[in-house]
Ligand binder design. Structure first.
Ligand SMILES: *Cc1c(COP(=O)(O)O)cnc(C)c1O
Length: 238
């Protein structure tokens, strides 16, 4: 399937999921499709495919490797907003602070310190999401839910970091409904922290949902979905 047709279908499904939000007893309200940002996850994919998405109007692209953002940044138009969605090592922060629009994977104070230092040097304020390991999977990055508020309070003190919300990578499941509870837990944590009105943070982004489960994530409050396979097809890691 072509990228453009795949995108059209994804966008249609996002619209339908926005309208369903809050039905079935969920706590999230209905939303307009414009309130949900579609991030096209382009890792491993070649520039011509990214350009197909770009030509169809996509400006938000997600990558999980610093190296890959670095070279794709050079090849793609400059109005692309790059989202770093993978684990970030402190020693690589310096390569991307001038290239990415948002970092979804803040998961330690150590990384926050490195970000603060490099963003100060680059003279910019970086929008950042805290990655939470809601399901407690050992193989996943992200901090524990109960440590999230503390990390946010500490990071809020850094002038070059702007905390904007939370992110999670849900478990791999057979049916998307199995992740509903993971998403609603993150939404509740998000509301809880937002309600505390911590200085210098703006809690308005909830990044959750991938190709297999983004509709459920939207029903449970996602404002950003990260979709790779559903737009570009399967990845080949050979
Ligand atoms: C690869 C990746 C995605 C996209 O996964 P798909 O299942 O291909 O949609 C989303 N989020 C993160 C963090 C990823 O690494």
């Amino acid at each position: 399937m072509q990228v453009q047709e795949a995108l059209r279908q994804v966008q249609e499904r996002i619209g339908a999921a926005c309208a369903r939000a809050g039905m079935d007893g969920g706590i999230c309200r209905k939303r307009a499709p414009e309130e949900v940002t579609l991030i096209a996850v382009s890792k491993t994919k070649p520039i011509p495919l990214l350009m197909e998405a770009y030509q169809a109007g996509i400006r938000d692209f997600g990558e999980n490797k610093v190296q890959e953002i670095m070279w794709k940044y050079e090849e793609m138009p400059k109005d692309v907003r790059w989202h770093l969605i993978g684990h970030l090592q402190t020693n690589k922060v310096k390569y991307i602070v001038d290239k990415v629009a948002m970092i979804h994977s803040l998961d330690s104070l150590h990384l926050a310190e490195a970000l603060e230092k490099e963003c100060a040097k680059a003279n910019r304020v970086m929008p950042v999401l805290v990655q939470v390991n809601i399901a407690g999977e050992e193989t996943k990055f992200g901090i524990r839910p109960e440590e999230t508020e503390e990390l946010i309070r500490r990071a809020a003190g850094f002038p070059h970091i702007q905390i904007r919300g939370l992110m999670t990578v849900a478990p791999y499941v057979e049916t998307p409904q199995e992740n509903r509870e993971v998403f609603s837990k993150l939404y509740k944590l998000f509301l809880d922290i937002k309600g505390k009105n911590i200085d210098n943070i703006i809690m308005n982004v909830l990044s959750m949902g991938m190709s297999g489960d983004y509709e459920v994530a939207i029903e449970e409050g996602a404002t950003m979905v990260r979709i790779g396979t559903g737009i570009f097809g399967m990845r080949d890691y050979r």
